[in-house]
Design a protein around this ligand. Structure first.
Ligand code: CA
Length: 231
């Protein structure tokens, strides 16, 4: 089935060039000529990739991308007229996958489109393989889901991140400081209270995933050193 590409661009001659060349490459296309329509079409779904101009009447491309990302992971390539580095960085920070600077060669643009579609299909495949089974515990890394004997366990995002991090390398012991750095993003632990944060989160996690949280099977304490995931 042909990939469907949405072109969001107010300059109609550019839309025409893109439309012509993408179709020639076997893609299906649709176009929107301002940000508001572009966002509406992008959210209506069914597109495999979106080419999004930055300078648009109404909502600009950055705003369209930002709002789109609240609901969708469809690959976005930003078209930026300016050489300014800040535009590229802004685009990537708000969730664009790639950018291309105008004026661009059609050959380069087509190559980028294909590369981004290829990456997306790899990501989709990885998501299918994102579940890891540890006995009666299943951790779905990408979908933020944990199941215990088939029942979904409700974890907070931080509890999930902690479990995901520990279980990525079973039996490796992590100190509280390391966990604060890796899971909480602290540069360095400043007080004993920071260590407590880890202990409390570990306790909550145990209550949710262990049969007996006093004798944990999965999240084990290594005395004087820290914690590890046992499997
Ligand atoms: Ca424009």
């Amino acid at each position: 089935m042909a990939h469907k590409i949405l072109i969001v661009e107010d300059e109609s001659y550019i839309v025409d060039i893109l439309d012509f060349n993408l179709k020639k490459e076997g893609f299906e296309t649709d176009a929107a000529y301002n940000g508001t329509d572009g966002l509406k079409k992008a959210l209506s779904g069914g597109f495999d990739l979106i080419l999004l101009d930055v300078m648009l009447p109404g909502l600009d491309g950055f705003e369209v991308c930002r709002r789109l990302r609240e609901k969708s992971t469809t690959p976005v390539i930003m078209l930026t007229a300016r050489e300014e580095e800040s535009d590229k960085v802004t685009g990537l920070e708000i969730g664009a996958d790639d950018y291309i600077t105008k004026p661009f060669s059609i050959k380069e643009l087509i190559a980028r489109v294909k590369a981004n579609l290829r990456r997306q299909s790899l990501t989709d495949r990885a998501a299918l393989q994102s579940q890891t089974v540890f006995g009666d515990l299943i951790i779905d890394r990408d979908n933020f889901e944990v199941k215990k004997r088939g029942e979904t366990v409700n974890l907070t995002l931080r509890e999930f991140e902690l479990l995901k991090f520990l279980s990525a390398q079973p039996k490796k012991v992590y100190s509280r400081e390391e966990l604060l750095k890796e899971v909480w993003g602290y540069e360095y632990a400043v007080s004993a209270d920071d260590g407590r944060t880890v202990d409390v989160m570990i306790r909550r996690l145990r209550e949710k995933i262990e049969d007996n949280d006093k004798q944990p099977r999965y999240i084990v304490t290594k005395r004087g050193a820290g914690y590890y995931f046992d499997f």
